[in-house]
Ligand binder design. Structure first.
Ligand SMILES: Nc1ncnc2c1ncn2[C@@H]1O[C@H](COP(=O)(O)OP(=O)(O)OP(=O)(O)O)[C@@H](O)[C@H]1O
Ligand SMILES: [Mg+2]
Length: 408
């Protein structure tokens, strides 16, 4: 990465420049200089920046918002670490060097774009390799996401197997009873056949009544519909678990953003996870009214599963997991809370770091929250944590209802 063109040169006695001089100076800078407001709208672009983004093949005439140009983690990283820099693919194999700096007023952000043509020749090969590595990194991240999802399914396999075995067990036992009932009913039909074939069928009435009693036909006619209803419910339950598992394990590889019902996703995730949690926790579900939101649903389900599992794992003996949701100002939120021991401040700073775990070896990989953070950032949302030792924890996922459209 070449050095940022804005690297600070010490000035002995800085005097504020008149705006006209500043504009003139910026007009002569070869790098693209863009200033964004807090809400991501463009407030200033020097002529070099305008030439750069107008040359983008997807440019549609509108001023590009910050999220149209940069990957989702860029702004949070710049806010946290004081700056962000990377190479940006800019259409047709072109790559720009980009630097992002929050400005000291806390409101504006400076984005500098440098055309590779201005970069030294020796950097060209580096640029190409960097872009290549970025592509490989994206593929590796996708694989990691899928692997983590599969690992969590593995973790839940015993519970899911139990959950499937249970209805299969009673469907099997009901089928045994149905077989017996059926042979009794056939025996009764035989008795009727014999009576009808006899010279005086009415005289056989007593024998038929005795057979009915002996074969428990009155009980069978009461029990049989109930057994069939139970069988149907058992099979529907298994079908639902298999569907939930299929939905959950599906990878959104085609990156198809669709309008989805978050509550439906939450409920099917709960179906899979609950076997793991039911012995420790009771569920307090307080769903609000949510609009459909544009998302990669199976990835969001992975986030909810990680938060639910963490909540369950935090509870030592018995506790309550609270699942709440709501919508406000074009955003929706889902909150997973627990009344476990809470998270001390020093641990809280690290929980989103990859591989950070306080769980024993073999219990946690420390990837759940870092992967969830990535998924939520990809949705232009955020995860808020509210936790104090001794007071439990609440993880709130806040998501926009619609994704910003690329306007370049
Ligand atoms: N609800 C919670 N209560 C208390 N601590 C939590 C809670 N959620 C997360 N943590 C802390 O954050 C750490 C990181 O969580 P994360 O989900 O990323 O990894 P993990 O649960 O340890 O392992 P994995 O999710 O990969 O199985 C946990 O080890 C734990 O210390
Ligand atoms: Mg976890």
């Amino acid at each position: 990465m070449p050095q940022c063109p804005c690297a600070v040169i010490p000035v002995p006695n800085p005097t504020p420049l008149p705006p006209a001089i500043l504009d003139e100076a910026l007009a002569r800078v070869q790098e693209g200089v863009l200033v964004y407001g807090r809400d991501g709208t463009l407030v200033h672009a020097n002529p070099a920046a305008q030439v750069l983004y107008r040359s983008h093949p997807l440019y549609s005439g509108a001023a590009p918002r910050i999220e149209d140009l940069l990957p989702p983690h860029a702004v949070p990283q710049a806010r946290e670490q004081g700056r962000w820099n990377d190479y940006l693919p800019f259409g047709e194999g072109r790559v720009l060097a980009a630097w992002l700096h929050p400005l000291p007023d806390g409101e504006h952000t400076l984005l500098l774009l440098q055309d590779p043509g201005l970069v030294r020749d020796s950097d060209q090969e580096l640029l190409r390799r960097h872009a290549e590595l970025n592509v490989r990194l994206t593929a590796a991240q996708e694989q990691l996401l899928q692997a983590e999802k599969m690992a969590s399914i593995g973790q839940l396999a015993a519970g899911v197997a139990h959950e499937i075995n249970n209805p299969i067990g009673y469907v099997h036992s009901n089928l045994g009873s149905l077989q017996e009932y059926l042979s009794n009913l056939f025996a009764l039909v035989d008795a009727y056949d014999r009576a009808l074939a006899s010279p005086d069928p009415a005289a056989q009435r007593q024998e038929i009544d005795a057979t009915r009693e002996q074969l428990d036909i009155d009980f069978i006619s009461r029990d049989l519909p109930q057994l069939l209803t139970e069988c149907r419910q058992g099979i529907e339950r298994v079908t639902r678990i298999v569907k939930d598992l299929k939905d959950f394990s599906r990878s959104d590889r085609d990156h198809s953003w669709k309008l989805a019902d978050l509550h439906a996703g939450l409920d099917s995730t709960l179906n899979i996870v609950w076997n793991e949690l039911r012995y420790k926790a009771t569920l307090d579900k307080q769903y609000g009214t949510l609009p459909m939101i544009e998302c990669l649903q199976s990835e969001l389900n992975q986030v909810f599963m990680n938060l639910l599992l963490n909540a369950g794992q935090a509870i030592e003996e018995r506790g309550v997991i609270t699942l709440r949701s709501g919508a406000a100002d074009g955003m929706v939120w889902v909150e997973v809370g627990d009344d476990g021991p809470g998270i001390p401040a020093d641990v809280q700073q690290r929980i989103f770091d990859p591989f950070f775990t306080t769980k024993p070896v073999g219990k946690g990989t420390g990837l759940g929250l870092s992967i969830s953070y990535g998924i939520v950032a990809k949705h232009h949302g955020r995860i808020e944590v509210d936790s104090n030792p001794g007071e439990g924890s609440r993880f709130r996922v806040v998501l926009p209802t619609r994704q910003p459209r690329p306007r370049l």
